[in-house]
Design a protein around this ligand. Structure first.
Ligand code: S3P
Length: 182
C-alpha cells in the first residue's frame, strides 16, 4: 500500500492524527521531523540554529525521499515540507496526500498546548503569531491545496475529537482502495 502522507501548517494536528490513524489501520507511523532528529541526533531547533533554514530544508528534502518510500506507513510531514523544491509533486506521486486545514485561531490554540519547540513561531506574542501565521498560511496554501484530499480540522478542539477526523480519513482511504481495485 502507498504511504499515506499528511501535510498542513504547524500545529494542525498532523502528528496526533497521524499516530491515531496509523494505529487504527495497523500501519506504522513516521513523523518526518522525528525521523530527521533520529538521524542527526539533534533537535529540529538545533539544526535550524546550526545550519539555518536552508540547511534544514536540504536535509528535509533528502529524508522525505527516504521515509515516503516505505510501504504501509502513515507519514506526517513538517509544515514547510510541501512548500520547498518539488516536494509536493513528489509526495503526490509517491503517496496518498491529505491536507489538514485549520484557521489561524485553531493553530494558535494548538500552539499553546503543544510542547514542541517551533523555531519559526518561537518568541512571538499572540498578536505577532496571528499576523505571521495568517501571512504564511496565505503563502503556503497553494502548496497545501495540491494535496489529493483536504480535511477541515477546526473541529479538533479536544483529544476526543481525533476519532472524528480519523474516521473521515478512513472513509476517504476506503474509497481510494475501491478505485485501485476496480
Ligand atoms: C516547520 C514546521 C515544523 C518543523 C520545522 C519547520 C515549518 O514541523 O518541520 O520547525 O516550516 O512549518 P511541524 O509542522 O510538525 O511543527
Amino acid at each position: 500500500m502507498k504511504s499515506i502522507i499528511l501535510v498542513g501548517y504547524m500545529c494542525t494536528g498532523k502528528t496526533t492524527v497521524g499516530k491515531a490513524l496509523a494505529k487504527s489501520m495497523g500501519l506504522r507511523f513516521y513523523d518526518l521531523d522525528w525521523y530527521i532528529e533520529d538521524r542527526f541526533h539533534k533537535r529540529i531547533a538545533d539544526i535550524f540554529a546550526e545550519k539555518g533554514e536552508e540547511g534544514f530544508r536540504d536535509i528535509e528534502y533528502r529524508l522525505l525521499r527516504e521515509a515516503a518510500e516505505f510501504e504501509d506507513i502513515v507519514l506526517s510531514c513538517g509544515g514547510g515540507t510541501p512548500c520547498f523544491f518539488d516536494n509536493m509533486e513528489y509526495m503526490n506521486r509517491t503517496g496518498i496526500t491529505l491536507f489538514l486545514k485549520a484557521d489561524p485561531e485553531t493553530i494558535i490554540t494548538h500552539y499553546h498546548i503543544s510542547h514542541t519547540v517551533r523555531p519559526l513561531l518561537a518568541g512571538k506574542n499572540d498578536e505577532e503569531l496571528k499576523t505571521f501565521i495568517t501571512q504564511q498560511l496565505q503563502n503556503r496554501s497553494p502548496f497545501y491545496e495540491q494535496a489529493q484530499y483536504t480535511i477541515d480540522v477546526n473541529v479538533l478542539d479536544s483529544y476526543d475529537k481525533i476519532s472524528i477526523i480519523v474516521s473521515q480519513i478512513q472513509q476517504i482511504l476506503n474509497l481510494e482502495n475501491g478505485k485501485m481495485e476496480n
